[in-house]
Design a binder for this molecule. Sequence first.
Ligand code: FCB
Length: 446
Amino acid sequence: MQTKELAFGRGDFPEDFVFGAAASSYQIEGCRFGGCGLSHWDTFAATPGNTVRFEDGATACDHYHRWEEDLDLMRGANLDCYRFSISWARVLPEGRGAPNVAGLDFYDRLVDGMLERGLKPFATLYHWDLPVALADLGGWRNRDIAQWFADYADLAMKRLGDRVASAATINEPWCVSWLSHFHGEHAPGLRDIRATARAAHHVLLAHGRATEAMRALGMKNLGLVTNFEYAEPADGSPQAQKAARLYDGIYNRWFLSAVFQRSYPQDVLEGLLPHMPEGFEKDFDIIAAPVDWLGINYYTRKLITADGSGRFPGFKDVPGPLPKTQMGWEVYPEGLYHFIEWTHRNYTKGLPIYVTENGMASADRVSAGGVEDADRIAFLNQHLAQAKRALDQGVPLKGYIVWSLLDNYEWALGYEKRFGLVHVDFETLERTPKASWHAFADALRR
Ligand code: FCB
């Protein structure tokens, strides 16, 4: 039997619990119109070997022109909030200096459009589209980025801050630093430990400075969105255990520890210390600027073992036995419960927590009868059950936001990996709600 329904409805969650969908500027808007500046994703994608078929976000889902239809789709699914991101390069084509008025106007209309439809705007300031002019100056390796980012936050929120329901500074600092500067899989595509250490610190400093800037505007409900992977030793050997512990430190503990405990975890710092910017330990007062909530993005777990290199960090992941999504990611719903509970107990200690991303890519079956994605509905059911488990234990979980509203540009993997509740035909850009969209519409109807 195929799962067509969500096993949960509004009655299973507190009255003020919000359901939503997320997307990001570069992945859906299309950046070749409206005066948007180039971002390092454009140049990264233009470099052979970096993205599937050289695909980039030039047109993406053309959300820049079709945003009204997309907001109607959010509303039609009976969702409460839309987690969107603002493109730094659209608002400030040179990264600083003269703003692109058309860009600010676009987000102004978008936010008003959400409010008109009863959708709470959850804004994110940085979901990876760094203006190339700033990349030329070293991007996240340059300490000055904290000031550039705070200035951009001030500009964007002077315009939008009175109407957004919440604002996040950075999406996924691990991806901004490690995935992009160590693994080389995302822009700027570096593989350099010194660059990584600097990015991993400056991204936090920028978060802190932008938080201060938004506080100075009188804004409330400020947060940060971190991503997590459940790290398990691939086998019982002490080497695998040590490797998994370090993976957990780099991926899961580094950023939270800085923001909520004013220090970096010792096990990670042992390896990164030679590469850290001078005087980094003096920055924790800024990094630990109080936040009002934390966002958790969660997709999968990894089985970790030592890579035998003898070089920091010296781990690798190996294929696991669990069912996998179109991304090849293992489905491990218990990890979502783990991270919500663990974050609450060790770091946020009572602050509201939101699941800001969770979802799966699947090769959905399109037919005249609609778009069938029973596996996505099953995935959502399994993960919502884990979110509810945390909630039932008293963790202040305030919302669950699906990645993503639309099939979109999945970064280096191009347009092949489909995460949407709504199918997008990338030839015609036609949108077709999938079975999972209908399942939300039914489950959340008031
Ligand atoms: C997250 C990103 C998001 C999307 C999903 C699948 O890491 O925040 O943009 O790519 O993964």
